[in-house]
Design a protein around this ligand. Structure first.
Ligand SMILES: C[S@@+](CC[C@H](N)C(=O)[O-])C[C@H]1O[C@@H](n2cnc3c(N)ncnc32)[C@H](O)[C@@H]1O
Length: 228
């Protein structure tokens, strides 16, 4: 009994240390989300949803590679204008659910309006915060993070929150800009803090295994991780 309570105290201490480490994380990209403070939904929808943007132009290929099935619970984290939220809502159907997660309440409200107008009752709006998705533990099959990982100011905390929200064997998809000297624009080189290799390293230490890496995009990469 005494041994059991010693073990319990040790575990509680380890948990406290882990929680403190996540909480003590410093911003890795201060100010990167300042454009999304009180954003104009229509203006950003026009920016995010135009053919010159690779992830918009190739959204249907991205949808197919995401392998979303009827009945799944999917979280579109950093949902923006709802470009992918609405595509996923059609795929998961009435038995499924899509959480539209974003730190900007204006984006989440705008997505809700679009979802209602298009007749989707399976879209769940979530106004989150910089360190948490606010999703319940074991509540999702897929976390989808498009053009948003480099906007995470606290990636360790966000990855811990995503890990907790995923069900066993759940997937995390990250699509983000290739950041390679000599290939990427100077805007990408300055705006995006980490390239693909560094992102794989960061996600791998957060309890995920890289499970697929389809190479059909040009200026972005597409990574699928599985929770372990
Ligand atoms: C460049 S937009 C991408 C929007 C959408 N995923 C797309 O590809 O069209 C980045 C989005 O991430 C959101 N964001 C930034 N940090 C976030 C965080 N920690 N959690 C959730 N959303 C975040 C921003 O408010 C913004 O809507």
């Amino acid at each position: 009994m005494q041994r059991l309570s010693r073990h319990l105290v040790l575990w509680l201490c380890l948990l406290a240390v882990a929680a403190t480490a996540v909480h003590a994380e410093q911003s890795v990209a201060p100010g990167i989300n300042r454009h999304y403070e009180s954003p104009d939904f229509t203006q950003w929808r026009d920016t995010f949803e135009q053919p010159g943007r690779e992830v918009y132009a190739r959204r249907l290929e991205i949808l197919a590679a995401s392998a979303v099935q009827p009945g799944m619970a999917v979280a579109d984290i950093g949902a923006g204008s709802g470009l992918f939220t609405l595509l996923f809502a059609r795929e998961v159907g009435e038995r499924g659910r899509v959480y539209a997660v974003d730190i900007a309440p204006e984006f989440v409200a705008g997505i809700q309006v679009r979802a209602q107008a298009e007749g989707f009752s399976n879209v769940v709006p979530v106004v989150s915060e910089q360190r948490s998705t606010f999703l319940a533990p074991n509540s999702i099959d897929l976390a989808f993070v498009c053009d948003t990982y480099h906007h995470f100011e606290y990636p360790q905390a966000m990855l811990a929150s995503i890990h907790q929200a995923l069900r066993p064997g759940g997937r995390l998809i990250i699509i983000d800009f290739r950041r390679e000297a000599g290939f990427s624009s100077s805007w990408v080189m300055t705006h995006v803090r980490a390239g693909e290799t560094q992102v794989i390293d960061e996600v791998s230490v957060a309890g995920f295994t890289l499970s697929d890496r389809p190479a059909f995009l040009r200026t972005n990469y597409f990574l699928t991780f599985t929770k372990h």
